[in-house]
Structures are given as C-alpha cells and as structure tokens.
Design a protein around this ligand. Structure first.
Ligand SMILES: [Zn+2]
Length: 270
C-alpha cells in the first residue's frame, strides 16, 4: 500500500489520526471513551483512538517527534508552568507564552489537520481540505513550517469553572470568512481583491486550534494573537460552556442517552 505522505509503496502502520497521547485524559479506568456527534443515535464505548492505515514507519516517526514537542507544550500551558517555556503574562483569562519551538509546534498542528483531512474514517468526515491537502503534504514532507502568515494558527484554552480541562477532543465543521488583500502593483490605487477563506478547527488537550486555510502571501492577517515565528503565542481562556450552541456537539451532554452512558461509565469504573 502507498504511504499517504511520502507516496512510497511499502508496509503501512495503523496510524492514529489524532495522536493517542491526546486521548490520555479521556479514557476511563477501563480504557473506554464515548464518541458523541449531533447525528449519533447509538452511543457505544470505544477502546482506542481512531486509527487507519495511512503512513509508513518513517513518516510515522517523523510525526511522532513533532507530537512529543506539542504534547509537552500543551501540558505546560495547562499547568501554567514549564522548564522550557516562559509565561511573561499570566492573567485569569489570558496567557502569553514565549519560547515555543515554532517549527515543531506548527508542523504538529498541521500534521493533525492533514491527517483529519486524509482520513476516510466517518468520524472525521467534517475535514476536507481540497487543494490544500496536497500543499500541506509537501510542507510536512519537507519538515519546514511555513511562514507565520501562511496557515496561521490561533489557540484558545478551555476551562470548566476556571479549571483547565484536557479531557475533551472536539471537531468542528469548517467556517468560511471573507478576507481582502492587495497585490503590490504600479497601479494607483493598487488593486484590491476579496477571497473566501476557510477556518478549520479542532480541540485536543484542552486547547482549540483554529487554522486559517491560507497560503496567499498578500493576505493581510493581523498576527498579534497567532503563533509567531519568534515562539510567542497569546492564548485566551474560555469557559467550555461558551461553546454550547445548538449546532455544537456540547449540546448533546444534557440528552438522556448521553447521561445514561456516562453513568454506566462511572458505575463500572469504580
Ligand atoms: Zn511514508
């Protein structure tokens, strides 16, 4: 079979789409979790994160190196302390981080987004990157993160009653926004263009990552709150409840079937 990243015909591994390490806080004592979706009618336990034959051994190793950096950083963001990172601003609803390894951090996030898009598993069907799927494949294969304004990333931290909560993975449908840009030219005034851009998002380890699907260098993006090449990142904290809307999967948590399966989990784990 062909590796989806390097396209070599070789033995493929059962690769996690979202790395197993980000499921750690989700499993109960019996290593079970429940997958919720707005359409789900039959809830059942899942014993392991979703896997699929996607990558060869080498490509899997490449991803796991980036994931280890990302996990270490996310754990430290969660604890608001670190041996490697600095937190010049630590306020109740806002954290400023310094010292992030831009290359590894960004490649890890882009690699998860790419895997969500490449996956043919029905649970990940929300993610379809179109032409950007192959553009990201080239970036990941090269192993050099693109400039901060290309596929820029914004990060939000989730709290439940002010407590950080790494125990949730969420997926979101794409959101389309309109952005304008100006191509430098000799015409006065310079020509302005408008383009529709997609924002893709997912939540792992208590943080939601929003990625602006843009590789147009002329697009003006105010990068203040995005991941910077310098290793700076501004993170806003948000109560998970603020995500609750009718089209959000969080609205399912009050449903009877969800309550029943959660109670079963608690009873059987004790
Ligand atoms: Zn490969």
């Amino acid at each position: 079979m062909y590796c989806k990243l390097c396209l070599k015909n070789t033995d493929l591994r059962e690769s996690h789409i979202i790395p197993e390490t980000f499921y750690e806080e989700i499993y109960d004592n019996l290593h079970r979790m429940v997958f919720l979706s707005l359409k789900d009618t039959k809830l059942k336990f899942i014993q392991t994160g979703i896997k699929e034959k996607l990558l060869c051994h080498n490509c899997e190793q490449r991803f796991s190196r980036w994931e280890n950096f990302l996990k270490r950083d996310l754990v430290d963001f969660g604890n608001k302390k670190s041996k490697y990172l600095k937190f010049p601003i630590l306020e109740e609803n806002f954290i400023q981080v310094e010292g992030i390894r831009y290359n590894e951090f960004k490649l890890a996030i882009l690699s998860i987004l790419w895997r969500l898009s490449v996956s043919s598993h029905p649970y990940h069907c929300l993610y379809k990157l179109g032409i950007h799927e192959d553009k990201l494949r080239h970036i990941l294969l090269k192993g050099i993160a693109p400039d901060e304004s290309i596929y820029p990333i914004i990060v939000t931290r989730h709290e439940i009653e002010k407590e950080f909560d790494p125990g949730i993975i969420m997926q979101f449908p794409p959101k389309v926004v309109k952005k304008s840009f100006t191509i430098p030219s000799h015409t006065i005034p310079p020509k302005r263009f408008e383009q529709l851009l997609t924002i893709e998002a997912f939540t792992i380890w208590g943080h939601t990552f929003k990625i602006l699907i843009n590789d147009n260098i002329f697009m003006k993006v105010n990068l203040e709150n995005f991941l910077r090449k310098s290793g700076h990142l501004n993170i806003k904290a948000q109560e998970l409840i603020e995500f609750m809307s009718e089209d959000s999967v969080l609205s399912r948590i009050y449903d009877q079937d969800v309550n029943n399966i959660y109670e079963k989990m608690i009873d059987e784990s004790e």
